[in-house]
Design a protein around this ligand. Sequence first.
Ligand code: CLR
Length: 384
Amino acid sequence: CSGADVPQEQKAGWASFIKSLAQMTGDLSSMTAPPFILSPTSLTEFPAYWCEHPNLFAEISEGKTEQDRMERVLRWFIDTLSAQYTTRNEKMGSEKKPLNPVLGELFYGIWPDLNGRGETRLIVEQVSHHPPITAYYIENAKAGVKLQGHSGQKTSFTGTAINVKQSGHAVLTVQPKNGQKEEKYLITLPKLRIEGIIWGSPYIELTDTNAIQSSTGLTAQIDYKGKGYFSGKSHSFKASIANASGKSVQTYEGQWTGKSHIGGSKGPIFLDTTAPKEEVTVRDVSQQTEWESRKLWVNVAKGIRTGNYDEAGKDKTRIENEQRQRRKDETTNSTTWEHLHFTHVDSDSDYQFLSALLHDKLTPAHEDAYVFKPETMDVVGRSA
Ligand code: CLR
């Protein structure tokens, strides 16, 4: 029956949450949801999912040809999907509602240099609160690969599922190890459907398509299907790499949560995403500044983890009030909040150039971007 996975005493709360979804106007991040569905993790931590297999990220620049490198980009990209979209189900039993970051919230991490692959660094900043937008930068300088992007969401409710359209994009820059010239890859983001809402055990299925457009002219297109389309299996995809004239040069298919193959389903293995993931390394909370996510939310997270929802609620209210006061002060003083690590540009020249190379032209032709300020790489954070 509906709500089967909802704790008895929260069934009424879940029912009214579902009702309020119908009234939602595109942003559900600030909606109140019953405790059992709350996650103790802020959305500013999510960009770490781009790199839980740092080897695959580093190895992109080792590709010998343009097509080899595009295939490596595709392999790394498909590999990130299971981390991005199934981690909460694996760790917490279902998809959960993440903490809604405050403006200026920061998240830093690294993946250590193992076997000479180079250290990978992650810098995340919440650059907008209404609507929520998270900007991120990931770099492995030794390997010559860096990723810059931002992410937002528009949500709508179908009556049984939540549709999530992702806004933003990412640009990957690769300096090939063989000395060939620098390449850029525009990465657009797939659409999500959150299913299982009625039962109280939400999970994500990816839908539609996304693309990776290289400055070399090569394009990768990825099509997503759930159960009963390509293979009868959930979390399925088909991908193809095409050259500048649109001719397919290689295809791939399989599950983004498991194995996929080159060519048909009987072809050689392309990727097995079940290899152990390397979680990002983050400084201990005791060494973090007030703006760093795990320090900022420490009491809220503790309350959620231990079932002490009063404590969680109280500290969340304190944080939100403090934010409201800051915004008021800014209005009074005619100042605006300044980003620490990123500069906002209205039109991203990489997006404009690369999206024009796509056969299925993107709309809009322009998108904004948050450009990482390299001189802030070593800044430990904003002081309280
Ligand atoms: C954020 C960007 C990441 C990929 C990603 C994964 C899960 C998404 C999240 C993004 C945005 C927020 C999200 C979440 C799943 C659930 C959550 C859509 C796109 C919403 C706000 C909460 C829904 C509440 C139900 C679980 C009841 O790279």
